[in-house]
Design a protein around this ligand. Structure first.
Ligand code: AKG
Length: 194
């Protein structure tokens, strides 16, 4: 794959948003907390639980305020101008080499227009796929990078990570290690179905 030959409107990549110490601290914090193990990869949900089967979030799935360690990060992202609204939902994903996430558009009625994802621990290539014609753009996510999806990148492109152990970028092999991502969103609270 070759990076940088197609731009995705609404996608912002901020390299090294988090330093190495900050990343290590976050990994250690997350690893002390319980993981959900009902998917192929392990996840943690804060703020609101996300229902992967129904692909939705509603008021009944509120878990409470974000825990302090992630609240500080959410406030920092907002203070730095990357999030127009309060971020009140966080999903932590763990990807071991060979694991990925299927291409998807984040639930449109559930979340507002800005989705922010922080990468920790390992490089990986995220693939953006334009809904209108299937055109793909590969984005190299390095440890500490912040990815912001809004506008077209949020609504008109899918994002996903292929389940492979090595990414090849501009002729260079990049073996994947264990990667964690912290994805922050703002929930649009709709009434619960119950
Ligand atoms: O791991 C990532 O950077 C992307 C996570 C993601 O797409 C999601 O949680 O919906």
């Amino acid at each position: 794959m070759h990076l940088g030959d197609s731009s995705v409107p609404g996608l912002l990549l901020v390299p090294a948003y988090l330093g190495e110490d900050e990343q290590a601290g976050l990994c250690a914090t997350v690893d002390r907390l319980p993981w959900r193990k009902d998917l192929k990869r392990r996840v943690q949900h804060y703020g609101y639980r996300y229902d992967y089967k129904r692909r939705t979030v509603d008021a009944a799935m509120r878990l409470g305020p974000l825990p302090d360690w992630s609240r500080a990060l959410a406030d920092q992202l907002r203070g730095d101008g990357y999030a127009p609204r309060e971020l009140d939902q966080l999903i932590v994903n763990e990807y071991l080499p060979g694991q990925g996430i299927s291409p998807h558009v984040d639930c449109v009625p559930c979340f507002t227009d800005t989705v922010l994802s922080l990468s920790l621990g390992s490089t990986c290539v995220l693939t953006m796929t334009r809904l209108s014609d299937g055109h793909e753009a590969d984005i190299l996510l390095e440890p500490g990078a912040l990815l912001v999806l809004s506008g077209a990148a949020r609504y008109e492109w899918k994002h996903g990570i292929a389940p492979r152990k090595t990414d090849r970028v501009d002729g260079i092999s990049l073996p994947r290690g264990r990667r964690l991502s912290l994805t922050f969103r703002s929930v649009i609270e709709s009434p619960s179905a119950q």
